[in-house]
Design a protein around this ligand. Structure first.
Ligand code: C2E
Ligand code: CA
Ligand code: CA
Length: 275
């Protein structure tokens, strides 16, 4: 282990052991080593948040989103917003992304988990650049004996826009293998509604900021209702994220949202708390 890694992983801690120094550009090159080591040390874990049918709010959850956490020995629980972008910048997102796929498969293949349970996985646009991505993911999933139709791939609206052609190509490959595709954080980018047609998504997830804004500014609701109607006309499934209150649930039910996700139903929790 090199000196940098020794400092980073020194459980006794020291001033130099502050993981925030990773944010400095100088350390970006080493970040990949740090992440690979943290994978080996089993510091990452996945939490799962149920996505439930708005009409039934069924308690026998069938679908979940996998959300990564880094349980750092010094820093404690580091949320993904603090490390995913550095992982993308450094290339560490590639090994980390494969770790996520393996971990989801390991969870789904447990004997206590019913066959109709499925999971959404967040993919970074950086992963899309890897030519063998789809085939590599399929190979992993098949090695666990899991069907690809139990996995939904989530990609944010903003990253889908970044390279249209590549996104379309990768999406076609995922679809051909039987995966479902979900446009994440809809409403946060500068999207044209025509992207809904262009990208062949199966699901759109209306972002939590949109939900939060709607209760204070009614004009958002006009847009949201139109988006839900258009999505349904295009046979897309609509998920509303960040549902925290009964009022929000009532509001998105009136929009005829198909599924909801949010603290009102459950916070993200370890798989062992569900199965
Ligand atoms: P996201 O994909 O939009 O995930 C939803 C985020 O909203 C999660 O934050 C979740 O904990 C949070 N959330 C869920 N319900 C509520 C609610 O009712 N209220 C509020 N205020 N928040 C709620 P989290 O887990 O911190 O993840 C943040 C982001 O990190 C994710 O946003 C996703 O973009 C990224 N991420 C997480 N796991 C992965 C991963 O495995 N790979 C990649 N590439 N990105 C990931
Ligand atoms: Ca997501
Ligand atoms: Ca989201």
């Amino acid at each position: 282990m090199n000196e940098f890694l020794m400092i980073f992983f020194d459980k006794a801690g020291s001033e130099e052991a502050d993981p925030n120094f990773l944010l400095k550009m100088d350390n970006i090159a080493l970040y990949q080593d740090v992440v690979v080591l943290a994978i080996e040390l089993q510091e990452f874990s996945l939490y799962f948040q149920p996505i439930v049918n708005t009409l039934t709010l069924a308690e026998d959850f069938q679908h979940y989103e996998a959300l990564i956490r880094w349980e750092h020995p010094i820093k404690g629980m580091i949320p993904p917003d603090h490390f995913i972008h550095i992982a993308e910048k450094s290339g560490a997102i590639i090994p980390l992304g494969y770790w996520v796929i393996h971990e989801v498969c390991r969870c789904l293949s447990q004997p206590s988990v019913p066959q109709n349970v499925s999971v959404s996985i967040n993919l970074s646009p950086v992963q899309f650049k890897e030519a063998s991505l789809v085939q590599s993911i399929v190979k992993i999933i098949k090695s666990y004996g899991i069907s690809t139709n139990r996995i939904t791939i989530e990609i944010t609206e903003t990253s889908a826009m970044r390279d249209h052609q590549l996104t379309r190509k990768v999406f076609a490959a995922f679809h051909a293998e039987g995966f479902k595709l979900s446009m994440d954080d809809f409403g946060t980018g500068y999207s044209s509604l025509s992207y809904l047609l262009n990208f062949n998504f199966d699901i759109i997830k209306i972002d939590k900021s949109f939900i939060a804004n709607t209760l204070v500014d009614g004009e958002y609701e006009i847009i949201a209702k139109a988006v839900v109607k258009l999505a349904h006309d295009l046979s897309l499934i609509v998920v509303c994220e960040g549902i925290e209150t009964d009022d929000q649930l009532q509001m998105v039910s009136e929009w005829k949202t198909d599924f909801i996700q949010g603290y009102l139903i459950s916070k993200p929790r370890p798989w062992s708390e569900f199965y």
